[in-house]
Design a protein around this ligand. Structure first.
Ligand code: ATP
Ligand code: MG
Length: 565
C-alpha cells in the first residue's frame, strides 16, 4: 500500500480502538462483526462495512464474525444467505468458524425478555400498531403511556408465555420495554421488543417460533453473546445507541460492547437501498441481482470488477462521520488501475468494417507474435494471424476528416497495430450508398515499425476477417441519468430517472482468435476500446459474450473527443 493509502486507511474508529487497547478496555481484544440482514444481495455500501470490520480484525489480530441478522423471516430467504456468504468470501474475507445467526440466540433472547418482565422493565401491550404510533408523541411532545404499561409482572409473564405458545393473532399484542414515554429520544419511548408472526417458515428455525424479536433488542444481546468489542454500524443508528446501551445494562450479558457509528456510502448515479434494488429486480428493470449495471457485489463481479479493486476503493473513500456522496469515477478508477496493470491486451472490433488489402497475397497468413502486456513481459506473447481480408472499426474511418483525425481517411495512411501501414485507395458502397468495404494497399516495408523518414502517426486496431471470431459485446453505462436518483424531485419516482441507454448490446463484433478459449470471468483490455470480461452467464447465450467493465482512462475519452472534432 502507498503511504497515501496507509494514511487513508487510518480513521477515527481505529483511533478509538488504539486508545482502547492502550487502556486495556476490552482486555486488549478486538472483536468485530458484519451483521447483514438476508433480505437482498449485498451492495457496494456493504462492501465498505465488510472491509472496515474484517479489515480491522485483520490488522489488530482480532476476529470478525459473520452474523445474519435474521429476525424478519417474511422478507428473508436462503438464496440471500448463500449469496451473502459467497460475496464476503469473494471479497477476500474469511470468518473461519464464526458464522452465526441471530436466530441462534432466539432462546437466549426470550430468556432476556423474561428477565426484563420480571424486573418490571417490559410489558405486554395490547394496543394496535397504529395506536402505538399515535401514543408515541412527537419530537416536541411527550408520548402518552399505554393503558397496559402498569400490568403486573405475573400477568405479563402469563401473556408473554401465551404469545410464545401461539395463542394470539398477529398484531394483537407486542412486548414493549418500559423505559420513558417522555424521553426526548423517541427510540426510548417504550420500544417494541417482540411481535407476533404466524405462518412464516423461518429459513433457520422453521416453525419453532411465532414471536420474533426486534432488531434493537436482538442486536446488542447478539453482540454481547459473541464477545464483540466494537459494534460498528452506520450513522442512522446513532439515535438507537441509548437503547443499545439500555438493553445491555438491563439484561444479564457477559460484556458490554461499544457501538460506534460511521457514515454510509452513497454513490452517484445509483441507488443503494435494498428495497429499491429489490424493486428493480422484481419489476424486471434489470436482468437480476447480478445484472452488471447493479451496484451489488454480484453485479460488480459480473461487470468485471476484481475483489482487489473494490477493497482499494473502500480504502480510498475512507471512513468518517460526515455524510457524503462518492463520484462513480472513484470506483471506476480503482478497477481501471487494477486492470491496466494486470489485464492482458487483445484486439476486438466492435463495429466491423471490412478492409481488403489488394496487394497482399490473397491466401497468405502471417503469424505475428505480439506482447500480451506492454509493460509486463512476464505475461508473454501470443500469435495473431494477418490476412488480406481484415476488419477495422467503423469509428476509425472517415471519408474526409480534418488533420486532427489521426486514423484512416480516404486516400490516407494509418498503421495497423502490431502490423503494417496501409493506405485507403478505394471506398466500396452498396446500392444505398452505405460504405461496405475499403480497398487498401499495404506497405511491406513497415512491419512493426516505420522505416527511416516515414511518418505515420495514427495507429488503429484490427482483426483478421478469416480467423476472427464473432462475439456479442455489451456496453454498459450508468443505470440512472441523474447523479442523485434518490433525491428525486417532489412527486417523481427514482425509477423515472432510469437511463434507457444503460445497456447497448452489439451482436456481430469480431474478436481476435486467441479469445476463443477464454473462460467466463476472464478480463482483458481490448486495445483502444476499454476493459472487458467474459460474461459469467455466457453459457446461456451459446457464444462468446463480453461485458465492458469500464472505458479506458478519461484522458483517452478526451483525446478521442478531440480526434472526432
Ligand atoms: P438497506 O437500508 O439498504 O436495507 P441495511 O443497512 O438495512 O441496508 P443490512 O443488511 O442491515 O442492510 O446491513 C448490514 C451492515 O452493512 C450494517 O452494519 C449496515 O450498517 C452496513 N451498511 C448497509 N448499507 C451501507 C452503506 N451504504 N454504507 C456502509 N455500510 C452499509
Ligand atoms: Mg438493516
Amino acid at each position: 500500500m502507498s503511504d497515501e493509502l496507509v494514511a487513508a486507511a487510518s480513521n477515527f474508529i481505529r483511533h478509538i480502538i488504539d486508545s482502547d487497547i492502550e487502556t486495556n478496555k476490552h482486555g486488549g481484544k478486538v472483536a468485530t462483526r458484519f451483521p447483514p440482514e438476508p433480505n437482498g444481495y449485498l451492495h457496494i455500501g456493504h462492501a465498505k462495512s465488510i472491509c472496515l470490520n474484517f479489515g480491522i480484525a485483520d490488522d489488530y489480530q482480532g476476529t470478525c464474525n459473520l452474523r445474519f441478522d435474521d429476525t424478519n423471516p417474511h422478507k428473508e430467504n436462503i438464496e440471500y444467505v448463500e449469496s451473502i456468504k459467497q460475496d464476503v468470501r469473494w471479497l477476500g474475507y474469511d470468518w473461519g468458524d464464526r458464522l452465526f445467526y441471530a436466530s441462534d440466540y432466539f432462546e437466549r433472547l426470550y430468556e432476556a425478555a423474561v428477565e426484563l418482565v420480571q424486573a418490571g422493565k417490559a410489558y405486554v401491550c395490547d394496543l394496535t400498531a397504529e395506536q402505538i404510533r399515535e401514543h408515541r408523541g412527537t419530537l416536541t411532545e411527550p408520548g402518552i403511556p399505554s393503558p397496559y404499561r402498569d400490568r403486573g409482572v405475573e400477568e405479563n409473564l402469563d401473556l408473554l408465555t401465551r404469545m410464545r405458545a401461539g395463542e394470539f393473532e398477529d398484531g394483537s399484542r407486542v412486548l414493549r420495554a418500559r423505559i420513558d414515554m417522555a424521553s426526548p429520544n423517541m427510540n426510548m419511548r417504550d420500544p417494541t421488543l417482540y411481535r407476533i408472526r404466524h405462518g412464516v417458515i423461518h429459513h433457520q428455525t422453521g416453525e419453532a417460533w411465532c414471536i420474533y424479536p426486534m432488531y434493537d433488542f436482538t442486536h446488542p444481546i447478539s453482540d454481547a453473546l459473541e464477545g464483540i468489542t466494537h459494534s460498528i454500524c452506520t450513522l442512522e443508528f446513532a439515535d438507537h445507541r441509548p437503547l443499545y446501551d439500555w438493553v445491555l445494562d438491563n439484561v444479564s450479558v457477559p460484556c458490554h460492547p461499544q457501538q460506534i457509528e460511521f457514515s454510509r456510502l452513497n454513490l452517484e448515479y445509483t441507488v443503494m437501498s435494498k428495497r429499491k434494488l429489490t424493486q428493480l429486480v422484481e419489476e424486471g428493470r434489470v436482468a437480476g441481482w447480478d445484472d452488471p449495471r447493479m451496484p451489488t457485489i454480484a453485479g460488480l463481479r459480473r461487470r468485471g470488477y476484481t475483489p482487489a479493486s473494490i477493497r482499494d476503493f473502500c480504502t480510498r473513500i475512507g471512513v468518517s462521520k460526515s455524510e457524503n456522496t462518492v463520484e462513480m469515477g472513484v470506483l471506476e478508477n480503482s478497477i481501471r488501475e487494477d486492470l491496466n496493470e494486470h489485464a492482458p491486451r487483445r484486439m476486438a472490433v466492435i463495429h466491423p468494417l471490412k478492409v481488403i488489402l489488394t496487394n497482399y497475397p490473397q491466401d497468405q497468413v502471417e503469424k505475428l507474435e505480439v506482447a500480451n502486456h506492454p509493460q509486463n513481459e512476464s505475461q508473454g506473447t501470443r500469435i495473431i494471424p494477418f490476412t488480406a481480408e481484415l476488419y477495422i472499426d467503423k469509428e476509425d474511418f472517415r471519408e474526409v476528416a480534418s488533420k486532427k483525425f489521426k486514423r484512416l481517411v480516404g486516400g490516407g495512411e494509418v498503421r495497423l497495430r502490431n502490423a503494417y501501414v496501409i493506405r485507403c485507395d478505394e471506398i466500396i458502397r452498396d446500392e444505398h450508398g452505405e460504405i461496405i468495404e475499403l480497398h487498401c494497399s499495404y506497405d511491406p516495408a513497415t512491419l512493426g515499425a516505420n522505416p527511416e523518414g516515414r511518418k505515420v502517426k495514427g495507429v488503429i486496431h484490427w482483426v483478421s476477417a478469416v480467423y476472427g471470431i464473432e462475439a456479442e459485446i455489451r456496453l454498459y453505462d450508468r443505470l440512472f441519468n441523474t447523479p442523485a436518483p434518490d433525491a428525486a424531485k417532489e412527486g417523481k419516482d427514482y425509477k423515472e430517472y432510469l437511463n434507457p441507454d444503460s445497456l447497448r448490446t452489439l451482436t456481430h463484433c469480431i474478436v481476435e482468435p486467441s479469445l476463443k478459449e477464454s473462460q467466463p470471468g476472464e478480463r482483458f483490455q481490448f486495445e483502444r476500446e476499454g476493459y472487458f470480461c467474459v460474461d459469467l452467464q455466457q453459457a446461456d447465450c451459446g457464444g462468446l459474450v463480453f461485458n465492458r467493465t469500464v472505458t479506458l482512462r478519461d484522458s483517452w475519452a478526451k483525446l478521442e473527443q478531440q480526434q472526432n472534432d
